[in-house]
Each structure stands twice: as C-alpha cells, then as structure tokens.
Design a protein around this ligand. Structure first.
Ligand SMILES: [Zn+2]
Ligand SMILES: [Zn+2]
Length: 439
C-alpha cells in the first residue's frame, strides 16, 4: 500500500514554517537581571553623574522639556509576525508615514519573525481616508465634527498626513513620525527613569495587534502599563467574526477572546483615564434566529432586530460593562462598533428613552454616538459610537455591478411575502375580534 506519510510530513513542515511561532514571542524574562528605574526609597541614591547640566534644572522643568520632546502624543505600539522592515539606501523620492513602502520596506529575503514597531500616530483630524460617509456627504452646518477616530487610522498603510509626516530624508531634521526616545533612554540611569515615565504616563497608546493584546502583560512591565492614562485599542479584527460564533452558540460562556480582553484591561490598566475601544468586526449575531433581513418582511425584520439587540447587549456589552464597572467612575469610556450594529442599538435606545437619550450626530446625521448610563448616582456610563460600515464600503468599491437584476427579483419576493404577512395579520386580528365578541 502506498504510504502518504512523506506527503503529510511535508505539508506539516510547510505549515509550521508558515505559521506564527508563538514559542518565540518576545516575552519578558522570568527574572530581570537588573532593575533600571530606581524605587522611591532609593531615589536619592541615584547618581546624576552622566545627566550633565540637565540635572541642575528643577524636576518640573525637566519633566516639561521631556513631555515636549517625547510625550503628549498618540503612539502606535505594534507587534506582528512578518519579515523585518529595512531601510533602503538612496534618496527618498516620496513622503509616506514613517517612510513605509517607500524607504522603509519589508525584506522578504529575511525570515519572518516577531517584529516590534512603534511610531507617532499621524492620522488626519479631518477624517480623510477614514469614514466613507464623511467623504461622501460631509457634515451639516452646526454639526459636530468628530476628530480622527481610532478606527479611521491609516498609519499602518503608510498614508501620509501632509501637515505632520516628513521630512524627506536627505534634508535637515529627523522624521517627525518617530519620537526618537531610545538615545535618551540609553544615556544614563536618570535619563531612563525620567524618560520612561514621560513615555508611558503622558502619551496615548494605540494598540491593535491581537498577539500583543493577548500577551501584553507578559511583554510589557506591569508598572509601565499601570502608568498609561490614555488608551485606544482595536479589538477583534475581521477574522474574529467566526470566533464570535461561540458567544451566539453559548450565551453563558465566559471563555472567549472578548471575555479575555475585558478581564485583561482592569488588571493591566487600573489607572486608565480615557479608554477608547473599537470592535473592528461586525458584532451582529449569526445563526438560525438571525436571518439576513435585507429583503425580509416588516414582522420578521422587527423580530430579528429585537433579538439581535438583546443578544449583542448580553453577549458583547455584558462583559464590556463588567469591565467598565470594575474600572469605576471618573473616567472617559467609548466603545465603537460597526455602523450596522450601532444602528440597531441606537434605534432601540431612541425608542426606549426618547428625548432623554443623550445622542450626537455626525456626517449629515448618518453617524453618531449615544450615551449609555451604567450608574446614575456616580455618573458612570459610556459612549456607544458608530464605526465603519464595512458592507457599504465593499459595495461602494464594487459599485454594485451586476446586482441590479437580482435586487429587482429580491424586491418582488419581499413584496409578495409582505402581502401574505399583512393578510395573515388581518386574519389574526379578525379572529381575535370575533372571539372577543363571542365571549
Ligand atoms: Zn495612527
Ligand atoms: Zn507620519
């Protein structure tokens, strides 16, 4: 009998080579050979020998200078399994964020490995390249204009922000896309202690790598994470939609990627003051109870929307709200979900609370955010914000070519189903009336 063992082995070996090797994740060592930052009790013992004239300045002034140099920005902290980025020699011909895809490119000749990447976030405040609706419809007079929201970020694609990115290499001055703190941190122990504090305690961190989020507490020292006051995170990328299935199949489960993230945040970031989380994937439930309602009748649509809202509130917002309650009041929380899911929840809240609902509209009344109260006594609550509309984006990119005939057919089927449903409702109402009259 022919043996396919060799083929199996070959396939497995290939799979292993191509897959992300979690064994090699850049985790913190179990023992730290030496502690670089002084503890409060030993602060006065630290030598200023190499700190030069800078040591003569009072602490507050030193800190203000360091914040100007390395703080007060939004920073990307990223980890991915990929080929390393290398700098090309030669003159740069075009500006891109961090020189990505121009002078900073992936070297596919070098094996893939875990690559750290960090830079200043240069997303545009005007939402350019972000919301499809903002670029299509703009904003109405007097309407709030949301500043570049985390889900509108295009830094990772290297798309430049003309007013921030630069300079062209070869001209004077360092690239503004990096803070360039490493040299300072390596200068001396006190420079490290002051610099590392400013780095973590005065910047907003933007985290989106699922591997980094999963292993964050084993990769970054706990005191650094505890120092972070402002945080943006993107959770559950587009491939997570199938993983959410576990929540729809078993609403009592606490064993999901979302639950793990919700448990991690209060442990890792107990001092966070501003927390902005975007859930990238579509969180609308799937399964037999949640059919596609694009061409459904009114009754089926209403029932599906009601069940969808309940399921999302329980399975998605349940763990999120437990996380926010654990963190407690006195902070700013925003949770952004995709537009299709947001519309369902926003409609439900508008019906429930009417004019009492605190709601803001953007982009000619298409996008917005509303406030959900968790505890009216201590003003604990959070914004539920409208995010991207991936479906519309895909359709817009496809231009809906070839859909015309199918749409007409679907509309005809829907109309016929609606007539049957209306007739059924009328019959039911008549039977109920007759039964009442007979009683
Ligand atoms: Zn960015
Ligand atoms: Zn830039």
């Amino acid at each position: 009998m022919p043996s396919f063992k060799w083929l199996r082995k070959k396939v497995l070996r290939k799979k292993k080579r191509g897959s992300r090797n979690k064994d090699l994740l850049p985790l913190l060592p179990a023992d730290r050979p030496s502690i670089l930052t002084p503890s409060t009790s030993s602060e006065n013992l630290v030598s200023f020998d190499n700190y030069g004239l800078f040591q003569r300045l009072p602490y507050e002034i030193r800190r203000s200078i360091l914040i100007e140099a390395f703080g007060g920005r939004t920073l990307h902290m990223d980890l991915e399994f990929n080929h390393p980025l290398v700098r090309k020699s030669g003159t740069q011909t075009e500006i891109s964020h961090c020189d990505l895809d121009s002078n900073l490119i992936r070297d596919t000749d070098i094996r893939k490995g875990w690559q750290w990447f960090g830079c200043v976030c240069h997303r545009r405040e005007d939402g350019h390249c972000g919301s499809l609706f903002r670029s299509l419809f703009g904003t109405r007079e007097g309407e709030l204009i949301p500043k570049g929201r985390p889900w509108e970020d295009t830094c990772w694609r290297g798309i430049p922000n003309p007013s921030e990115c630069g300079l062209l290499r070869g001209k004077d001055g360092p690239s503004k896309c990096f803070i360039g703190i490493i040299g300072w941190l390596l200068a001396c122990r006190q420079a490290y202690a002051d610099g590392i504090d400013v780095l973590f305690a005065t910047n907003t961190f933007h985290l989106k790598s699922p591997d980094l989020l999963e292993h964050l507490q084993r990769m970054v020292l706990p005191q650094r994470l505890r120092a972070i006051p402002f945080l943006e995170m993107c959770w559950l990328n587009k491939y997570s939609r199938s993983q959410l299935r576990v929540l729809w199949d078993d609403p009592t489960t606490e064993d999901s990627e979302l639950h793990a993230l919700c448990r991690m945040v209060p442990q890792a970031f107990p001092n966070v003051l501003r927390l902005d989380i975007t859930i990238i994937c579509d969180i609308r439930p799937t399964g037999d109870d949640f059919p596609d309602i694009t061409w459904a009748t009114r009754r089926v649509r209403a029932r599906t929307l009601k069940l969808s809202a309940l399921a999302m509130e329980h399975s998605i917002f349940g763990p999120i709200e437990r996380m926010l309650r654990t963190l407690g009041p006195g902070r700013e929380f925003s949770i952004t979900i995709s537009m299709c899911a947001w519309e369902i929840l926003a409609d439900k809240h508008r019906v429930l609370y009417g004019s009492e609902l605190k709601i803001e509209w953007y982009c000619s009344g298409i996008e917005g955010r509303f406030w959900k109260v968790l505890d009216p006594v201590n003003e604990l609550g959070y914004w539920i914000c409208c995010g991207d509309n991936q479906e519309m984006r895909m359709r817009y990119l496809d231009c809906g070519m070839g859909q015309g005939a199918e749409n007409v057919r679907n509309a005809e089927i829907q109309e016929a189903a609606q007539i049957v449903e209306d007739a059924q409702i009328a019959t039911d109402a008549e039977s109920a009336e007759n039964a009442q009259n007979a009683a």
